[in-house]
Design a binder for this molecule. Sequence first.
Ligand code: DLL
Length: 417
Amino acid sequence: MIFEPEHETMPPERLRALQAERLRDVVARVRERVPFYRERLAGVSVESLEDLPTLPFTRKTDLRDHYPFGLFAAPMRDVVRVHASSGTTGKPTVVGYTAADIDVFARVNARCLAMAGGGPEMILHNAYGYGLFTGGLGLHYGGERLGMAVVPVSGGMTERQVLLIQDLRPDLICCTPSYALTLAQEFAARGVPPEEISLRFACLGAEPWTEAVRAEVDAGLGIRSTNIYGLSEVIGPGVSNECLEERSGSHVNEDHFYPEIVHPDSGEPVADEEEGVLVFTTLTKEALPLIRYWTGDICSLSSEPCSCGRTLRRMSLIKGRTDDMLIIRGVNIYPSQIEEVISRVPGLTTNYRLVVTRSGTLDELTVEVEGTGHDRELARLVKETTGCTVAVNVVPPGSVPRSEGGKLQRVHDLRRL
Ligand code: DLL
Protein backbone atom coordinates (compact mmCIF):
# COMPACT_ATOMS: atom_id res chain seq x y z
CA MET A 1 0.00 0.00 0.00
CA ILE A 2 1.05 3.62 -0.55
CA PHE A 3 0.41 5.78 2.52
CA GLU A 4 0.32 9.21 0.84
CA PRO A 5 -0.19 8.49 -2.87
CA GLU A 6 -0.83 12.14 -3.72
CA HIS A 7 2.77 12.92 -2.67
CA GLU A 8 4.54 9.64 -3.31
CA THR A 9 3.33 9.26 -6.91
CA MET A 10 3.34 12.93 -7.89
CA PRO A 11 4.49 13.50 -11.51
CA PRO A 12 8.18 14.51 -11.42
CA GLU A 13 7.59 18.00 -12.94
CA ARG A 14 5.03 18.82 -10.26
CA LEU A 15 7.30 17.45 -7.58
CA ARG A 16 10.17 19.66 -8.82
CA ALA A 17 7.89 22.71 -8.73
CA LEU A 18 6.79 21.90 -5.17
CA GLN A 19 10.41 21.39 -4.10
CA ALA A 20 11.48 24.71 -5.64
CA GLU A 21 8.68 26.55 -3.82
CA ARG A 22 9.58 24.89 -0.52
CA LEU A 23 13.29 25.59 -1.08
CA ARG A 24 12.58 29.32 -1.43
CA ASP A 25 10.52 29.19 1.79
CA VAL A 26 13.16 27.37 3.81
CA VAL A 27 15.95 29.67 2.64
CA ALA A 28 13.82 32.68 3.62
CA ARG A 29 13.13 31.08 7.01
CA VAL A 30 16.75 30.38 7.93
CA ARG A 31 17.87 33.78 6.69
CA GLU A 32 15.34 35.45 8.90
CA ARG A 33 15.81 33.34 12.01
CA VAL A 34 19.29 31.80 12.14
CA PRO A 35 22.27 34.20 12.39
CA PHE A 36 24.63 31.48 11.11
CA TYR A 37 22.68 31.19 7.87
CA ARG A 38 22.06 34.91 7.56
CA GLU A 39 25.82 35.31 7.36
CA ARG A 40 26.45 32.17 5.29
CA LEU A 41 23.85 32.95 2.67
CA ALA A 42 24.44 36.69 2.44
CA GLY A 43 24.25 37.91 -1.13
CA VAL A 44 23.23 34.63 -2.76
CA SER A 45 19.98 34.32 -4.62
CA VAL A 46 17.95 31.13 -4.50
CA GLU A 47 15.14 31.05 -7.03
CA SER A 48 15.19 27.49 -8.31
CA LEU A 49 16.60 24.03 -7.58
CA GLU A 50 19.41 24.80 -10.04
CA ASP A 51 20.70 27.44 -7.61
CA LEU A 52 21.17 24.89 -4.85
CA PRO A 53 24.69 23.72 -5.88
CA THR A 54 25.96 27.29 -5.49
CA LEU A 55 25.19 27.28 -1.75
CA PRO A 56 27.75 26.25 0.87
CA PHE A 57 27.42 22.92 2.70
CA THR A 58 26.35 22.67 6.33
CA ARG A 59 28.48 20.18 8.25
CA LYS A 60 28.32 18.36 11.54
CA THR A 61 30.99 20.72 12.87
CA ASP A 62 28.57 23.64 12.30
CA LEU A 63 26.05 21.92 14.58
CA ARG A 64 28.80 21.24 17.09
CA ASP A 65 29.98 24.87 16.99
CA HIS A 66 26.43 26.03 17.78
CA TYR A 67 25.75 23.38 20.43
CA PRO A 68 23.10 22.81 21.66
CA PHE A 69 20.37 25.03 20.12
CA GLY A 70 22.26 27.65 18.11
CA LEU A 71 20.96 26.60 14.68
CA PHE A 72 17.31 26.32 15.76
CA ALA A 73 14.93 28.38 13.62
CA ALA A 74 12.00 28.21 16.03
CA PRO A 75 11.64 29.76 19.50
CA MET A 76 11.77 27.29 22.40
CA ARG A 77 8.07 27.75 23.10
CA ASP A 78 7.38 26.11 19.71
CA VAL A 79 9.83 23.25 20.22
CA VAL A 80 8.08 20.15 21.57
CA ARG A 81 10.84 17.52 21.37
CA VAL A 82 14.59 17.15 21.25
CA HIS A 83 16.64 14.12 20.25
CA ALA A 84 20.39 13.67 20.15
CA SER A 85 22.85 11.42 18.41
CA SER A 86 26.12 10.39 19.94
CA GLY A 87 28.99 12.20 18.32
CA THR A 88 32.25 10.42 17.66
CA THR A 89 33.95 13.10 19.73
CA GLY A 90 32.60 14.44 23.00
CA LYS A 91 29.30 16.30 22.82
CA PRO A 92 26.20 14.86 21.14
CA THR A 93 24.44 16.51 18.22
CA VAL A 94 21.15 17.95 19.49
CA VAL A 95 18.16 18.23 17.16
CA GLY A 96 14.71 19.77 17.74
CA TYR A 97 11.13 19.42 16.47
CA THR A 98 8.07 21.64 16.46
CA ALA A 99 4.60 20.04 16.54
CA ALA A 100 4.52 20.34 12.73
CA ASP A 101 7.93 18.61 12.52
CA ILE A 102 6.66 15.75 14.68
CA ASP A 103 3.69 15.43 12.32
CA VAL A 104 6.05 15.16 9.32
CA PHE A 105 8.23 12.71 11.30
CA ALA A 106 5.19 10.45 11.87
CA ARG A 107 4.00 10.71 8.27
CA VAL A 108 7.31 9.90 6.61
CA ASN A 109 7.76 6.91 8.90
CA ALA A 110 4.22 5.73 8.14
CA ARG A 111 5.17 5.95 4.45
CA CYS A 112 8.31 3.88 5.11
CA LEU A 113 6.45 1.20 7.04
CA ALA A 114 3.91 0.96 4.22
CA MET A 115 6.79 0.64 1.70
CA ALA A 116 8.15 -2.19 3.87
CA GLY A 117 4.87 -4.12 3.70
CA GLY A 118 3.13 -2.72 6.78
CA GLY A 119 -0.58 -1.97 7.03
CA PRO A 120 -3.21 -0.94 9.59
CA GLU A 121 -4.25 -4.48 10.47
CA MET A 122 -0.74 -5.48 11.55
CA ILE A 123 1.31 -5.67 14.73
CA LEU A 124 4.68 -3.90 14.76
CA HIS A 125 7.48 -5.15 17.03
CA ASN A 126 9.65 -2.05 17.42
CA ALA A 127 13.11 -3.01 18.67
CA TYR A 128 14.85 0.28 17.88
CA GLY A 129 16.11 2.02 21.00
CA TYR A 130 13.70 4.47 22.66
CA GLY A 131 15.20 7.61 24.13
CA LEU A 132 17.47 10.24 22.68
CA PHE A 133 18.04 8.02 19.63
CA THR A 134 15.47 8.85 16.94
CA GLY A 135 14.84 5.23 15.88
CA GLY A 136 12.45 4.09 18.62
CA LEU A 137 10.10 7.06 18.76
CA GLY A 138 10.31 7.74 15.01
CA LEU A 139 9.04 4.32 13.99
CA HIS A 140 6.68 4.25 16.96
CA TYR A 141 4.83 7.36 15.78
CA GLY A 142 5.02 6.14 12.17
CA GLY A 143 3.46 2.80 13.11
CA GLU A 144 0.66 4.46 15.03
CA ARG A 145 0.03 6.88 12.18
CA LEU A 146 -0.32 3.96 9.81
CA GLY A 147 -2.78 2.40 12.25
CA MET A 148 -0.55 -0.48 13.30
CA ALA A 149 -0.56 -1.90 16.83
CA VAL A 150 2.90 -0.91 18.05
CA VAL A 151 4.78 -2.99 20.63
CA PRO A 152 7.43 -0.58 22.01
CA VAL A 153 10.00 -3.19 23.02
CA SER A 154 13.11 -1.02 22.46
CA GLY A 155 16.54 -2.63 22.06
CA GLY A 156 18.28 -5.38 24.02
CA MET A 157 17.13 -8.21 26.27
CA THR A 158 17.00 -10.74 23.47
CA GLU A 159 15.28 -13.45 25.54
CA ARG A 160 12.33 -11.17 26.20
CA GLN A 161 12.19 -10.10 22.56
CA VAL A 162 11.97 -13.73 21.46
CA LEU A 163 9.23 -14.44 23.99
CA LEU A 164 7.21 -11.41 22.86
CA ILE A 165 7.58 -12.34 19.19
CA GLN A 166 6.40 -15.87 19.91
CA ASP A 167 3.44 -14.80 22.05
CA LEU A 168 2.24 -11.55 20.41
CA ARG A 169 2.86 -12.81 16.88
CA PRO A 170 3.87 -9.49 15.22
CA ASP A 171 3.87 -9.14 11.41
CA LEU A 172 6.65 -6.60 11.05
CA ILE A 173 9.84 -5.93 13.00
CA CYS A 174 11.91 -2.76 13.14
CA CYS A 175 15.53 -3.01 14.31
CA THR A 176 19.10 -2.78 13.08
CA PRO A 177 20.12 -5.47 10.55
CA SER A 178 22.78 -6.74 12.94
CA TYR A 179 20.17 -7.16 15.66
CA ALA A 180 17.85 -8.97 13.24
CA LEU A 181 20.74 -11.41 12.75
CA THR A 182 21.11 -11.81 16.51
CA LEU A 183 17.40 -12.62 16.75
CA ALA A 184 17.54 -15.06 13.82
CA GLN A 185 20.45 -16.86 15.48
CA GLU A 186 18.60 -16.96 18.79
CA PHE A 187 15.55 -18.55 17.16
CA ALA A 188 17.79 -21.07 15.42
CA ALA A 189 19.55 -21.89 18.70
CA ARG A 190 16.17 -22.65 20.23
CA GLY A 191 15.23 -24.88 17.33
CA VAL A 192 12.40 -22.60 16.12
CA PRO A 193 12.20 -22.89 12.31
CA PRO A 194 11.52 -19.71 10.25
CA GLU A 195 8.04 -20.88 9.21
CA GLU A 196 6.98 -20.91 12.85
CA ILE A 197 8.00 -17.26 13.36
CA SER A 198 5.03 -14.94 12.78
CA LEU A 199 7.12 -12.10 11.28
CA ARG A 200 6.70 -11.42 7.55
CA PHE A 201 8.38 -8.05 7.04
CA ALA A 202 11.22 -6.00 8.52
CA CYS A 203 12.30 -2.39 8.33
CA LEU A 204 16.04 -2.57 8.94
CA GLY A 205 18.48 0.31 9.06
CA ALA A 206 20.51 2.77 11.15
CA GLU A 207 23.75 1.06 10.08
CA PRO A 208 25.25 -0.14 6.79
CA TRP A 209 24.41 -3.65 5.64
CA THR A 210 24.70 -5.76 2.51
CA GLU A 211 22.68 -8.16 0.36
CA ALA A 212 24.54 -11.04 2.07
CA VAL A 213 23.18 -10.02 5.46
CA ARG A 214 19.74 -9.50 3.94
CA ALA A 215 19.75 -13.06 2.55
CA GLU A 216 20.69 -14.43 5.96
CA VAL A 217 18.13 -12.39 7.90
CA ASP A 218 15.34 -13.17 5.42
CA ALA A 219 16.05 -16.90 5.49
CA GLY A 220 16.57 -17.01 9.27
CA LEU A 221 13.37 -15.18 10.18
CA GLY A 222 11.28 -16.18 7.16
CA ILE A 223 10.68 -12.55 6.08
CA ARG A 224 11.21 -10.01 3.30
CA SER A 225 13.26 -7.18 4.76
CA THR A 226 13.65 -3.66 3.39
CA ASN A 227 16.19 -0.97 4.10
CA ILE A 228 15.23 2.18 6.03
CA TYR A 229 17.61 5.13 6.06
CA GLY A 230 17.72 8.34 8.00
CA LEU A 231 19.77 10.58 10.24
CA SER A 232 18.94 12.68 13.27
CA GLU A 233 20.06 15.95 11.71
CA VAL A 234 17.60 15.57 8.82
CA ILE A 235 14.75 14.11 10.94
CA GLY A 236 15.73 10.60 12.08
CA PRO A 237 14.40 7.45 10.40
CA GLY A 238 11.93 8.10 7.58
CA VAL A 239 14.20 9.81 5.07
CA SER A 240 13.98 6.86 2.67
CA ASN A 241 12.91 3.24 2.45
CA GLU A 242 12.98 0.48 -0.15
CA CYS A 243 9.65 -0.64 -1.54
CA LEU A 244 8.77 -4.28 -1.09
CA GLU A 245 8.09 -4.61 -4.83
CA GLU A 246 11.67 -3.99 -5.98
CA ARG A 247 13.90 -3.74 -2.91
CA SER A 248 16.39 -2.03 -5.16
CA GLY A 249 17.16 1.44 -3.89
CA SER A 250 15.30 3.39 -1.21
CA HIS A 251 12.64 5.92 -2.22
CA VAL A 252 13.62 9.27 -0.75
CA ASN A 253 10.74 11.26 0.75
CA GLU A 254 12.01 14.10 -1.39
CA ASP A 255 9.00 16.37 -1.00
CA HIS A 256 10.47 16.88 2.51
CA PHE A 257 14.19 16.11 2.11
CA TYR A 258 15.89 17.17 -1.10
CA PRO A 259 18.83 14.87 -1.97
CA GLU A 260 22.00 15.64 -3.92
CA ILE A 261 25.05 13.48 -4.56
CA VAL A 262 28.35 15.33 -4.73
CA HIS A 263 31.97 14.44 -5.28
CA PRO A 264 33.67 13.79 -1.91
CA ASP A 265 36.66 16.03 -2.70
CA SER A 266 35.39 18.76 -5.04
CA GLY A 267 31.82 18.98 -3.70
CA GLU A 268 30.58 19.22 -7.31
CA PRO A 269 27.32 17.45 -8.20
CA VAL A 270 27.81 14.03 -9.86
CA ALA A 271 25.55 12.35 -12.43
CA ASP A 272 22.66 10.00 -11.69
CA GLU A 273 23.81 6.49 -10.75
CA GLU A 274 27.26 7.79 -9.83
CA GLU A 275 28.59 7.39 -6.31
CA GLY A 276 29.38 10.31 -4.08
CA VAL A 277 28.45 11.93 -0.78
CA LEU A 278 24.77 12.27 0.02
CA VAL A 279 23.70 15.82 0.88
CA PHE A 280 20.25 16.87 2.10
CA THR A 281 18.32 20.12 2.23
CA THR A 282 15.28 19.89 4.48
CA LEU A 283 12.30 21.45 2.70
CA THR A 284 9.66 21.54 5.43
CA LYS A 285 11.39 21.38 8.82
CA GLU A 286 10.65 24.25 11.18
CA ALA A 287 12.82 23.79 14.27
CA LEU A 288 16.07 22.73 12.60
CA PRO A 289 16.05 23.37 8.86
CA LEU A 290 19.38 22.53 7.26
CA ILE A 291 20.69 23.69 3.89
CA ARG A 292 22.88 21.21 1.99
CA TYR A 293 23.72 19.06 5.00
CA TRP A 294 26.78 16.92 4.31
CA THR A 295 25.80 13.45 5.61
CA GLY A 296 29.18 11.83 4.95
CA ASP A 297 27.30 8.78 3.62
CA ILE A 298 28.42 7.38 0.27
CA CYS A 299 25.76 6.23 -2.21
CA SER A 300 24.20 7.01 -5.60
CA LEU A 301 20.80 8.32 -6.73
CA SER A 302 18.57 6.93 -9.47
CA SER A 303 15.62 8.51 -11.30
CA GLU A 304 14.59 5.25 -13.00
CA PRO A 305 10.82 4.68 -12.79
CA CYS A 306 9.80 2.03 -10.23
CA SER A 307 7.22 -0.73 -10.61
CA CYS A 308 5.66 0.21 -7.25
CA GLY A 309 4.30 3.42 -8.82
CA ARG A 310 6.18 5.84 -6.60
CA THR A 311 7.92 8.66 -8.43
CA LEU A 312 10.25 9.45 -5.52
CA ARG A 313 13.88 8.99 -6.60
CA ARG A 314 15.83 6.09 -5.15
CA MET A 315 19.16 6.02 -3.30
CA SER A 316 21.38 2.94 -3.30
CA LEU A 317 22.41 1.06 -0.16
CA ILE A 318 24.99 3.08 1.76
CA LYS A 319 28.45 1.86 0.85
CA GLY A 320 30.07 3.49 3.84
CA ARG A 321 30.81 6.88 5.28
CA THR A 322 33.57 9.22 4.28
CA ASP A 323 34.64 8.95 7.89
CA ASP A 324 34.37 5.20 8.62
CA MET A 325 36.49 4.58 5.64
CA LEU A 326 39.59 2.76 6.80
CA ILE A 327 42.91 3.69 5.31
CA ILE A 328 45.27 0.78 5.67
CA ARG A 329 48.75 1.51 4.38
CA GLY A 330 47.26 3.99 1.93
CA VAL A 331 44.44 1.79 0.70
CA ASN A 332 40.89 3.02 1.29
CA ILE A 333 38.59 0.25 2.47
CA TYR A 334 34.99 0.25 3.60
CA PRO A 335 33.83 -2.46 6.03
CA SER A 336 31.00 -3.29 3.61
CA GLN A 337 33.52 -4.26 0.91
CA ILE A 338 35.04 -6.84 3.22
CA GLU A 339 31.61 -8.08 4.25
CA GLU A 340 30.76 -8.65 0.60
CA VAL A 341 33.95 -10.69 0.10
CA ILE A 342 33.32 -12.75 3.25
CA SER A 343 29.90 -13.69 1.88
CA ARG A 344 31.57 -15.27 -1.14
CA VAL A 345 33.77 -17.67 0.87
CA PRO A 346 32.05 -20.95 1.76
CA GLY A 347 32.29 -21.86 5.44
CA LEU A 348 32.54 -18.26 6.67
CA THR A 349 29.67 -16.37 8.31
CA THR A 350 28.70 -12.70 8.46
CA ASN A 351 29.68 -12.57 12.13
CA TYR A 352 32.90 -10.65 11.78
CA ARG A 353 34.81 -7.66 13.02
CA LEU A 354 37.74 -5.71 11.73
CA VAL A 355 40.60 -5.19 14.13
CA VAL A 356 43.03 -2.42 13.27
CA THR A 357 46.43 -2.34 14.96
CA ARG A 358 49.69 -0.57 14.36
CA SER A 359 53.06 -2.23 14.39
CA GLY A 360 55.77 0.43 14.21
CA THR A 361 54.41 2.90 11.67
CA LEU A 362 52.39 0.44 9.65
CA ASP A 363 48.68 -0.15 10.11
CA GLU A 364 47.51 -3.73 10.03
CA LEU A 365 44.02 -4.98 9.46
CA THR A 366 42.86 -8.32 10.79
CA VAL A 367 39.54 -9.74 9.70
CA GLU A 368 38.20 -11.79 12.59
CA VAL A 369 35.41 -13.97 11.26
CA GLU A 370 33.43 -16.91 12.59
CA GLY A 371 33.39 -20.09 10.53
CA THR A 372 35.63 -22.92 9.46
CA GLY A 373 38.85 -23.04 7.41
CA HIS A 374 39.43 -20.91 4.32
CA ASP A 375 41.45 -18.08 5.86
CA ARG A 376 43.86 -17.95 2.91
CA GLU A 377 41.03 -17.76 0.41
CA LEU A 378 39.53 -14.75 2.20
CA ALA A 379 42.88 -12.94 2.39
CA ARG A 380 43.40 -13.57 -1.31
CA LEU A 381 39.95 -12.24 -2.27
CA VAL A 382 40.29 -9.13 -0.09
CA LYS A 383 43.65 -8.43 -1.72
CA GLU A 384 42.12 -8.96 -5.15
CA THR A 385 39.13 -6.65 -4.61
CA THR A 386 40.65 -3.90 -2.46
CA GLY A 387 44.36 -4.15 -3.12
CA CYS A 388 45.02 -4.39 0.59
CA THR A 389 46.89 -7.18 2.36
CA VAL A 390 45.02 -8.28 5.47
CA ALA A 391 45.43 -10.95 8.10
CA VAL A 392 42.53 -13.32 8.60
CA ASN A 393 41.63 -15.00 11.84
CA VAL A 394 38.88 -17.62 11.57
CA VAL A 395 37.36 -18.06 15.01
CA PRO A 396 34.79 -20.49 16.42
CA PRO A 397 31.05 -19.64 16.49
CA GLY A 398 30.09 -17.23 19.26
CA SER A 399 33.50 -15.52 19.60
CA VAL A 400 32.71 -12.27 17.79
CA PRO A 401 30.68 -9.79 19.91
CA ARG A 402 27.01 -9.60 18.83
CA SER A 403 24.68 -6.65 18.47
CA GLU A 404 22.78 -6.12 21.67
CA GLY A 405 20.14 -3.97 20.05
CA GLY A 406 21.94 -0.78 19.09
CA LYS A 407 24.25 -0.08 16.19
CA LEU A 408 26.90 -2.74 15.83
CA GLN A 409 30.48 -1.52 15.94
CA ARG A 410 32.24 -3.59 13.24
CA VAL A 411 35.56 -1.83 13.48
CA HIS A 412 37.69 -2.35 16.57
CA ASP A 413 40.39 0.25 16.19
CA LEU A 414 43.19 -0.44 18.66
CA ARG A 415 45.28 2.42 17.27
CA ARG A 416 43.11 4.91 19.14
CA LEU A 417 43.60 3.31 22.54
O1 DLL B 1 20.38 6.07 12.67
C1 DLL B 1 18.27 7.16 12.26
C2 DLL B 1 17.65 5.84 11.93
C3 DLL B 1 16.99 5.13 12.91
C4 DLL B 1 17.69 5.34 10.65
C5 DLL B 1 16.37 3.92 12.62
C6 DLL B 1 17.08 4.14 10.33
C7 DLL B 1 16.43 3.45 11.32
P1 DLL B 1 21.68 8.64 13.53
O2 DLL B 1 21.87 7.93 14.81
O3 DLL B 1 21.78 10.12 13.52
O4 DLL B 1 20.24 8.35 12.95
O5 DLL B 1 22.71 8.03 12.49
C8 DLL B 1 22.69 8.42 11.15
O6 DLL B 1 23.50 6.24 10.48
O7 DLL B 1 24.32 9.13 8.54
C9 DLL B 1 24.29 6.69 8.32
O8 DLL B 1 25.71 6.78 8.40
C10 DLL B 1 23.81 5.60 9.25
N1 DLL B 1 22.61 4.96 8.70
C11 DLL B 1 21.32 5.18 9.03
N2 DLL B 1 20.51 4.37 8.31
C12 DLL B 1 21.31 3.63 7.50
C13 DLL B 1 21.09 2.62 6.52
C14 DLL B 1 19.72 7.10 12.63
N3 DLL B 1 19.89 2.16 6.23
C15 DLL B 1 23.73 7.65 10.37
N4 DLL B 1 22.18 2.12 5.89
C16 DLL B 1 23.65 7.93 8.89
C17 DLL B 1 23.42 2.56 6.18
C18 DLL B 1 22.65 4.03 7.75
N5 DLL B 1 23.69 3.49 7.09
